[in-house]
Design a protein around this ligand. Structure first.
Ligand SMILES: [Zn+2]
Length: 251
């Protein structure tokens, strides 16, 4: 049992000794870095939702490509301007967060990795991670950023009818991990439409009201399982593209 567990988790950096890490570097050039957020997800979903979901994707990816990627410990805190006025949101400024993630990537590069997958679980992190991806690419790293809810939105809509922070798709993904982490009966269907070109003080209070958006009340674990199975195939295709990428070193 111990042996089985050890083998399954072999590519989790947390489990490796320095000498195992050194050996793995000889055959693996890709680091998978999950990035999340601690923030309110309505009255029905746990604060760790944006950590739980990337963690589950990574667990599934480990079974499929665990011999080809080093799984780094996750970054659990991110930037959330819009949800900062709500209880339980731990908001790191965009400047500090982007610099922090960039330096993590830079350190993996110094340790011999030239490809990085930024597996993001939270919308407020996107602008920072765009900066990070460009800066890491300037170090001649190849970068794949995954924002599952936007990258695969079209296909998601074939399973859950509406997206949203703490909405039907995200809540279903949490329920598929553990039904104790979310209770859709505590949420309803909340939508407000704001012009995305506008920003104003405490905007999140208007946009999210109870800290979520979408038809969270319709979420189920069964839909969540279907979402994982559908997205994992698309994620694998994106990772294959990262591996096929040829850098242009000419200036
Ligand atoms: Zn979320």
């Amino acid at each position: 049992m111990r042996g089985t567990q050890r083998r399954r988790n072999f590519m989790y950096m947390m489990d490796l000794t320095a000498s195992q890490f050194k050996e793995i570097k000889k055959k693996v050039g890709t680091v998978l870095l999950p990035i999340g957020m601690m923030e309110t997800h309505g009255p029905h979903c746990s604060l760790g939702t944006d950590v739980w979901i990337p963690r589950e994707f990574v667990k599934r990816l480990d079974k499929l490509i665990g011999d080809k990627v080093l799984i780094a410990p996750e970054v659990p805190y991110g930037h959330s301007w819009a949800l900062a006025p709500f209880e339980g949101t731990i908001d790191i400024s965009a400047e500090t967060f982007s610099q922090y993630v960039y330096e993590i990537g830079k350190e993996f590069n110094r340790n011999g990795f030239d490809e990085v997958i930024l597996f993001n679980g939270h919308g407020g992190n996107i602008p920072s991670l765009m900066i990070v991806a460009e800066k890491l690419a300037d170090l001649n790293m190849k970068v794949l950023t995954i924002n599952w809810w936007t990258d695969y939105r079209e296909q998601i809509l074939g399973i859950t009818k509406g997206p949203g922070h703490g909405g039907e798709d995200e809540t279903s993904l949490v329920l598929a991990i553990d039904e104790k982490l979310a209770d859709p009966s505590l949420a309803g269907d909340w939508k407000v439409s704001l012009n995305p070109k506008l920003k104003f003080f405490n905007m999140g209070k208007t946009l999210y009201k109870d800290g979520y958006m979408g038809d969270a009340g319709s979420a189920t674990a069964e839909k969540g399982e279907r979402l994982y199975e559908m997205m994992i195939e698309l994620i694998l295709k994106d990772i294959e593209e990262l591996w096929k990428l040829q850098s242009n070193s000419e200036l």
